[in-house]
Design a protein around this ligand. Structure first.
Ligand SMILES: Nc1ncnc2c1ncn2[C@@H]1O[C@H](COP(=O)(O)OP(=O)(O)OP(=O)(O)O)[C@@H](O)[C@H]1O
Length: 243
């Protein structure tokens, strides 16, 4: 069951990168205990928003509050897990060695290593050197690092990119299981067929939130039969309303 207070709250967030405005006043909330999808085409600002949520992005103005504290606060370090788009693991260490190393850096208990390996289904590959893993196994290892310390909020940047449909389905099932156990997940993707697996969707385009709602709400609100069509409908609607 989702609780009432948002796990993440963003107000009028503006970000400039390379001298160019890339987020133009984003406002949104992420309910606790839910899976929220951040969907939108390449370059629309998903990673920039995610970087702002985890507190590594210099922002021009606006506020980002995570679990009641400003994003990036030291108190959030172990309460927020972040998986970057490119797996950030040591290719010359095994899966278990990577996790033991990151557990010690994060101050997570050593017993966490076995737990996260089981959670992402990597038991059979735990002693395999990361450089020899398949793309899907590497993504899972990256996700396992983000799960160390049992963070309440997980921020995952395109965790399913490049994976086959079976692996993508398995990972989305894992995200659902984690939310059912009370975690809050923010998952970015540019693949529209993944949008239907979320509790709530933030559709982004060109540095703005185009729509914020449930998949069903977005479908019925636009009269579209699928979410890709709903997205296109919203773009056309916005273009029509531009003076
Ligand atoms: N380091 C940077 N310096 C200047 N501009 C940048 C930098 N990083 C990203 N940008 C620009 O900011 C905009 C948003 O990029 P961002 O990476 O947030 O998009 P995205 O939606 O995550 O894209 P993708 O799905 O391709 O990862 C893009 O126009 C991009 O070119």
């Amino acid at each position: 069951m989702m609780s009432f207070s948002p796990a993440v709250s963003v107000r009028d967030l503006r970000v400039v990168r390379g001298g160019r405005a890339v987020l133009h006043g984003i406002t949104c909330d992420v309910p606790a205990g839910s899976v929220v999808g951040l969907l939108g085409p390449s370059g629309c600002g998903k990673t920039t928003l995610i970087r702002s949520l985890v507190g590594v992005q210099i922002v021009q103005s606006g506020t980002v509050t995570v679990l009641g504290e400003p994003a990036g606060s030291p108190g959030l370090r172990r309460r927020v897990g972040y998986a970057t788009q490119t797996p950030a693991v040591y290719t010359d260490l095994t899966v278990a060695e990577n996790l033991r190393y990151f557990a010690s850096v994060l101050g997570a208990p050593r017993t966490d290593v076995d737990r996260v390996i089981e959670e992402v289904g990597l038991g059979a590959s735990r002693d395999q050197v990361a450089g020899t893993l398949s793309g899907g196994q590497l993504s899972r290892t990256n996700l396992a690092v983000a799960l160390l310390g049992e963070p309440e909020v997980l921020v995952l940047d395109e965790p399913t990119v490049g994976l086959d449909p079976v692996l993508r389905q398995e990972l989305w099932q894992l995200f659902r299981d984690l939310a059912d156990r009370g975690r809050t997940l923010i998952v970015s993707s540019h693949v529209m067929d993944e949008a239907g697996r979320t509790d709530r969707l933030l559709l982004m385009r060109e540095g703005r939130i185009l729509a914020d709602g449930t998949p069903d709400g977005l479908r019925s609100g636009t009269g579209a039969s699928d979410l890709e069509e709903a997205f296109l409908h919203l773009i056309a609607e916005k273009a029509g309303s531009t003076p």
